[in-house]
Design a protein around this ligand. Structure first.
Ligand code: FES
Length: 284
């Protein structure tokens, strides 16, 4: 290889290494921007520079530093001279056409490592584990039932056939605690043994969050005793523990056990019978 060729090769090697270093720096910058709160434009730009840097480096490496074709295969056996054999062995030891490129290998490794590290950061976006918060609500034994203005709801608030939205006292803004209370004639109720005490004086309280896709189940149809969800028309029979009788919902509305106090005040005796909301709880 002539001195000019070697100079040209070294320059190409430095350019490829520089491209890999730029890619590594961009990937590290990407990690810092993300950790500092994120900026979609800056993150997109840095990711483009990181990937582009690696691409440019690889192209320079392939075009300028690897043997170029065309390569032809000999068509007939040619005897190999001693000099040719020695030259070939020299090539294999790394002084010939195919060379070890330690600098390029290291800088490429650095760039890929930094980019891989930056790619792990978005795991943080998954946020903290929800723990039991998706399975429990704020309802607790002894909590008073109130309306949306945090005003106490009593047993005589409803006549037979009426309904009202209720919340636990002090939690009227919690979407998962909202419930709908209806009053039916006591002789129409045939609760299971487990729920025998849950509906005093014909008062039934069910979660208002539809078990299909989470819409508020706000309509009570008195003649059929059904709570209707306006989104996809699922219907739940309040006399049968709010079992779905029509529409896409497949799960009952969770029931809230309540009791009536001496002065007609209503309090919960526990949380809902099951987690509220869509039916994915039953999967797995
Ligand atoms: S969300 Fe209630 S039926 Fe679909």
């Amino acid at each position: 290889m002539s001195a000019g060729d070697e100079k040209h090769e070294r320059r190409a090697e430095r350019r490829a290494a520089l491209a890999f270093l730029v890619a590594a720096a961009a990937a590290v910058g990407l990690g810092f921007v993300y950790a500092g709160g994120g900026n979609p434009q800056a993150e997109g730009l840095l990711l483009a520079v990181a990937l582009g840097g690696i691409g440019v480096g690889l192209v320079i490496w392939a075009n300028k530093l690897l043997p170029q074709g065309p390569v032809e295969e000999q068509r007939e056996d040619l005897p190999t001279t001693e000099e040719e054999r020695e030259a070939f062995e020299e090539d294999l030891r790394g002084a010939g056409l195919v060379k070890r490129r330690t600098l390029l290998a290291r800088t490429l490794g650095l760039a890929v490592l930094a980019l891989g590290g930056a790619a792990v950061f978005p795991i943080r976006s998954l946020g903290p584990s929800p723990g039991k918060s998706l399975k429990k609500t704020a309802w607790k034994p002894g909590m008073k039932l109130v309306d949306e203005h945090d005003k106490e709801v009593k047993a005589d608030t409803l006549s037979v056939g009426e309904s009202i939205t209720v919340f636990p006292e002090g939690h009227t803004k919690d979407a998962d605690t909202q419930a709908v209370m209806v009053r039916v004639a006591e002789n129409q109720l045939h609760p299971s043994e487990e729920r025998h005490e849950w509906s005093p004086e014909g008062l039934l309280v069910y979660s208002k969050v539809c078990t299909h896709a989470g819409c508020p189940v706000g309509l009570y149809q008195v003649d059929t005793h059904q709570l209707i969800c306006p989104c996809h028309q699922s219907a739940f029979n309040v006399l049968e523990e709010a079992k779905p009788v029509f529409g896409p919902a497949t799960r009952k509305l969770p029931q809230l056990p309540i009791e009536v106090g001496e002065n007609g005040e209503l309090t919960a005796t526990g949380d809902f019978s099951e987690p509220v909301g869509p039916a994915f709880w039953n999967l797995g």
